[in-house]
Design a binder for this molecule. Sequence first.
Ligand SMILES: [Zn+2]
Ligand SMILES: [Zn+2]
Length: 173
Amino acid sequence: MDEIRIAADAYYKARPEKKKKKVEKRFQNIDINRDGRVSKEEYASLYAMKKHKWPKSEHFTELDRDGDGYLDLEDATILHYLAISRRECDVCGLFIKGMFYSCEKCFDRSENGHSYNLCVPYFQSGEFKHKHDTFLDNYVLHENRYKRSKIKEIAETATLETLGTIATTCAIV
Ligand SMILES: [Zn+2]
Ligand SMILES: [Zn+2]
């Protein structure tokens, strides 16, 4: 969890002031009795309201270091960071903190980049049933898609430039 803590911290520090305030405000809104901490129920109700499927009890428990059933602001922001940056394993249901495997076909067919995801132990065990066998680890998948979008971008710019040249040529003539 330490690596996640550092990543979440860096993520929030790099956010503009306005966004930081928003995070604090969200926390204050769910902290109904204003005691500087949120209970599992308070947090769950916020997510239920926004129709997110977070947080699961296990995620909450993992962040609740002293096990008193409450999260402080820092823990709550980490939970939010996990919700926006991490995937859940489609077999065991736990969220994946490190590398994972994604079905490339499902990823490409989905509009929001959602895919069928597997944690490493389940992928390696082969104990899952899925209609495709096109699995890539998240790093490779990300790198491939990044390159693909770059190529597309270059192709689009090239077309625009060509059109620009044609327009200029026509104007001169
Ligand atoms: Zn799993
Ligand atoms: Zn698939």
